[in-house]
Design a protein around this ligand. Structure first.
Ligand code: GLA
Length: 401
């Protein structure tokens, strides 16, 4: 085993009661009273379908075993108290009625944003709650730690207040929290993945309708491993680059007379590319070919051939690198090295500008691939990447209590 391969704290290997118990105990230590329950929501990797969600397109994410847990107790006096082991030692004290975009700084804006979005939509959550949060999802790694936090809070409030919202409704609420309250212009994929994924499967997502279904993804049964290589290059979706790409896609769709780029059929792509300004054409080429790669990936998985995903992953990376231009030297090096060392395919996952790479490898080559990437990073003068193994895990839900 490669010594650089972290044995991540893996909630899938704990009993649900064990993981929930730790979070519930911490809640008790912080607030001096028992939680009403413990809820969890996972991080994700996206197998294919990147920068398609805000173009009404397709994606194929899967949930990670790494998850965010929220122990919560309903209050009745309108106060919202938030505590996290991860970010700081203190309890953040807020009033539900006073929540407003821009008013809450730091990590607390994600859980507070969910409560704000629920209240704003007319749901009766005004009584507030006490929350304690812990998480095994790495932050800043492009693995959707913020969506995991939002979605854990969303499912907790849904049950605490008996709201009865559907998963897509909860996903829209979490996205609204991130867009309007936290100021990050993300699409819907991360929240849908965290809320709707199922164990042993990827999730096909139609971002226009939020229609989704499970696509079995049996890695172990096919002698495969999905490595996650966190380059440890921090990305920041709020820095304007992501918003700029979104705006470019929307402008291209408008110029083509379409509601969204999802509506451009592949056979009309060549004509569209010649009609568009030079800076927009590569964006459109990426979105249209990426949607086709998602459909093809679903076909290959449905035919029981997960190894055949490999070339689609590598082609998707080339498109993100050359057309969409959201890769960076570290992600390119991780992809090229993984493939040269025997991975079936590899690509950056998530928004880009750093973050993580996924590499699909035969189990018996996985350690060699991991060691090769670690060595290549050292030779290039980069800090060591963090390595995880991704197994398709369950979406958000109540753990216990
Ligand atoms: C980030 C966003 C998602 C999606 C991806 C790119 O993860 O949060 O909505 O746009 O980037 O596919």
């Amino acid at each position: 085993m490669n010594p650089a391969h972290e044995t991540a704290h893996d909630p899938a290997h704990e009993t649900a009661g064990g993981a929930a118990g730790t979070t519930a105990d911490a809640f008790h230590r912080v607030y001096g009273t028992h939680a009403d329950g413990v809820w969890a929501a996972p991080g994700r990797v996206n197998l294919i379908g990147e920068h398609t969600d805000y173009n009404d397109g397709f994606a194929l994410p899967m949930a990670l075993p790494q998850a965010t847990r929220v122990a919560a107790r309903r209050r009745g006096d309108g106060r919202l108290r938030l505590h996290s082991d991860r970010f700081d030692a203190g309890v953040v004290e807020l009033e539900v009625a006073a929540l407003a975009p821009g008013a809450v700084p730091g990590w607390a804006r994600y859980p507070a944003g969910v409560v704000w979005a629920l209240a704003e939509a007319g749901h009766p959550v005004g009584g507030g709650a006490d929350l304690h949060v812990d998480s095994t999802v790495p932050t800043g790694a492009g693995l959707s730690s913020s969506a995991a936090l939002e979605c854990a809070v969303a499912v907790a409030f849904d049950e605490l207040y008996g709201l009865g919202l559907t998963r897509p409704e909860l996903a829209r609420t979490a996205q609204r929290a991130e867009n309007a309250f936290a100021g990050v212009p993300c699409g819907i994929m991360d929240q849908m993945a965290s809320l709707c994924c199922t164990e042993g499967a990827a999730l096909f997502l139609d971002s226009r309708t939020l229609g989704h279904h499970r696509v079995p993804f049996d890695l172990a049964g096919h002698g495969l491993r999905l490595l996650v290589i966190d380059t440890r290059v921090q990305h920041d979706l709020a820095d304007g680059a992501y918003a700029g790409l979104r705006a470019g896609c929307e402008r291209a769709a408008a110029l083509l007379g379409l509601t969204a780029l999802r509506d451009l059929p592949a056979e009309e792509l060549p004509a569209a590319l010649t009609a568009l300004p030079a800076e927009l054409a590569p964006l459109v080429r990426h979105v249209v070919t990426e949607n086709a790669r998602v459909t093809e990936a679903v076909d290959r998985l449905s035919a029981g051939n997960p190894a055949a995903l490999g070339p689609l992953l590598t082609a998707g990376h080339a498109s993100l690198r050359d057309d969409y231009r959201v890769s960076c030297p570290e992600t390119d090096l991780a992809v090229d090295t993984a493939v040269a060392a025997g991975a079936l395919g590899a690509r950056m996952t998530g928004g880009g500008f750093g973050g993580s790479v996924i590499a699909l490898t035969p189990e018996d080559r996985a350690d060699r691939v991991a060691a090769a990437v670690t060595a290549a990073f050292a030779a290039a003068g980069y800090g060591p990447p963090a390595l995880l193994t991704a197994t398709p895990s369950a979406g958000a839900g109540r753990l216990a209590g």
